[in-house]
Design a protein around this ligand. Structure first.
Ligand code: SAH
Length: 243
């Protein structure tokens, strides 16, 4: 059983207060609660996430994604593509707290996309859509350069991610990578990839989720110029010869 709603609300409110996050309204909290309940229910039969314990789900999934959503809100982005969103992180919590942002979740596993859509519908999140497909293919369709922002968590190394994600972003838009302790080294290693892909690292923002020791970062890139038509390359080229 996941938390009862009152417990969840109290705990989330406390985490937001201590973690410098906004206090979210009742409608957003209800949506976030439903995301957790459904994740808890479906994780019993379908391997969606390694994190299932309520205490950890609230911090490592929900709060973590709320830092992402807050950064996105500050950027003023009205559309987002979450590349490799899995069970909907960061896309589902982001859509829950930013109802005016059109959120698209892309994942190569159709079963996960079906899960996310079901979860969004159950939570009453109408600004959410899911697409099943590989990023390196989808980025050569009409989705190319059509989003204000792209984001990703736990999908690939930053160099690889930049090639997979930046083609979706319009010039002037933003790419936000959610990264752990190795973020700064990854950013260093990804310098030439960012240049090739017409991006600039605007900010490397460290944040702390209350009660967790882990170091986390949001790497915020700004897209300065269009990405050459050859990018993203096919996956084996991207990973074997990263930019
Ligand atoms: N972002 C989620 C899931 C991370 S697991 C979270 O942080 O919890 C990585 C996910 O990326 C998997 O669901 C996998 O199916 C998807 N994925 C990996 N490579 C991909 C690609 N090239 N295109 C689309 N999805 C991809």
């Amino acid at each position: 059983m996941f938390y009862i709603k009152e417990e969840f609300e109290k705990e989330l409110c406390d985490i937001c207060r201590r973690g410098g996050l906004p206090q979210y309204g009742g409608e957003s909290v209800q949506k976030l609660f439903t995301i957790c309940e459904i994740l808890d229910e479906r994780s019993k039969s379908f391997n969606l996430t390694a994190i299932t314990e309520p205490w950890a789900v609230v911090r490592k999934h929900i709060a973590d994604c709320l830092y992402f959503a807050e950064a996105l809100r500050c950027e003023g982005a009205k559309s987002l593509i979450d590349v490799g969103s899995g069970a909907g992180f960061p896309s589902l919590p982001t859509a829950a707290v930013l109802p005016d942002t059109a959120v698209t979740a892309l994942d190569s596993t159709a079963k996960k996309v079906a899960y996310m859509k079901e979860c969004a519908a159950a939570a009453g999140i109408s600004n959410f859509d899911g697409i099943a497909g590989r990023a390196e293919e989808a980025a050569h369709t009409a989705l190319r350069e059509s989003f204000d922002a792209a984001g990703a968590r736990a999908v690939a190394s930053l160099r690889v991610l930049l090639e997979l994600c930046t083609p979706f972003v319009r010039v002037g838009g933003t790419f936000i990578a959610m990264k752990g302790a190795a973020a700064l080294e990854e950013a260093e290693e990804a310098k030439s990839a960012a240049k090739v892909l017409g991006c600039e690292l605007a900010e490397c923002r460290q944040y702390f989720i209350p009660d967790l020791e882990e170091k986390r970062f949001l790497l915020i890139y700004r897209k300065i110029s269009p990405v050459k038509a050859m990018h993203p390359r096919n996956y084996s080229q991207i990973t074997k010869k990263p930019l």
